[in-house]
Design a protein around this ligand. Structure first.
Ligand code: MTE
Length: 300
């Protein structure tokens, strides 16, 4: 790959690990500071049920484990992540099951740390370990007819108590346009803060697309399909009026039920003021060109 991402953020920009680990409490504290409004609304929207204070502070963003009120980290422990393989199929020259260890053996040649901003009402800078999705796709050989990439999370009812409930249409699926997928900012993360990624964050590998909202970051990926049609995405299927295919961070486009113009920084202290959210989460110089000429209010 000729085009590599060079970190623009340094260690001092990274959200302290303790703040990251306690982010639910910090988010809850921050939400209390603004009268519960934003986070309460958001949590309600994402769990599709009314929330009380407890729901917000124990709220899990991995719904396959999280429809009940239990500790999300404890529930996700049941996920078997070894062995693991990713099926890459569709419009590729070398379709097949790619063992996670084999992928890692090829990718660790270029073992990389990515310090990325991420935003979803709250924001932080997370140090991910991983590799560019483009490198994985290169293993499989993308064919010229491919225009989109579809992703699928593992579906294991035995290990995932949440999938008994039709909160979403399982398995969780996501999609990117091929040019988005090949962009050097688009990574498959396998580690966080220098350790293996915890199960509740999407072990053993999950997508990270730092100029999009967090829900595009599909966890525990088992299938990647190259296709010529725009693939379905879980949140769009659940509520097309609120979640579009692109989901680019865009302060000018409000979610139907809340503004997306500002964010609160995790680790910035409970009474830190909100800061303006940047177009494409601040990665505009790198990615704005992907959307030249597109109406991003329509393609939200
Ligand atoms: N992937 C799967 N398979 N299932 C999910 O419920 N939730 C998404 C995304 N990926 C989700 C998922 C949402 S809503 C968010 S905000 C992010 O994961 C949260 O990732 P984090 O818990 O690592 O912050």
């Amino acid at each position: 790959m000729a085009h590599r991402w060079i970190n623009t953020l340094s260690d001092t920009d990274v959200t302290p690990e303790v703040a990251f680990l306690n982010r639910r409490q910090m988010i809850a504290g921050a939400a209390a500071g603004v009268g519960l409004s934003l986070m309460a609304q958001r949590a309600r929207a994402e769990t599709l049920e009314p929330n009380n204070w407890d729901d917000i502070t124990t709220y899990n963003n991995y719904y396959e484990f999280g429809t009940d009120k239990g500790d999300p980290a404890r529930n996700a422990r049941t996920l078997t992540t070894k062995p693991w393989s990713v099926t890459i199929d569709g419009l590729v020259d070398r379709p097949g099951d790619y063992a996670f260890d084999e992928i890692m053996a090829k990718m660790t040649i270029e073992e990389r740390l990515y310090r990325f901003r991420c935003v979803e009402a709250w924001s932080m800078v997370v140090p991910w370990n991983g590799f560019e999705l483009a490198d994985l796709l290169e293993l499989a050989g993308v064919q010229s007819g491919a225009k989109y990439v579809a992703f699928e999370t593992v579906l294991r009812p035995d290990e995932m108590p949440g999938v008994r409930y039709p909160v979403l249409d399982w398995p969780y699926v996501e999609g990117l346009r091929l040019d988005e997928a090949l962009h050097p900012l688009t990574i498959m993360a396998t580690g966080i803060y220098g350790r293996d990624i915890p199960n509740q964050n999407g072990a053993p590998l999950r997508l990270v697309v730092p100029w999009k909202y967090g829900f595009k970051s599909i966890k525990s990926v088992v299938r990647i399909t190259l296709t010529d049609k725009e693939p379905p995405t879980s949140w769009n299927k659940a509520n097309a009026g609120e979640y579009g295919f692109y989901s680019n961070v865009n302060p000018e486009v409000s979610h139907p039920r809340w503004s997306q113009a500002t964010e609160r920084q995790i680790g910035g202290g409970l009474f830190s003021s909100r800061v303006p959210t940047l177009m494409f989460n601040g990665y505009g110089d790198e990615v704005a060109g992907l959307y030249a000429g597109m109406d991003l209010k329509k393609n939200f």
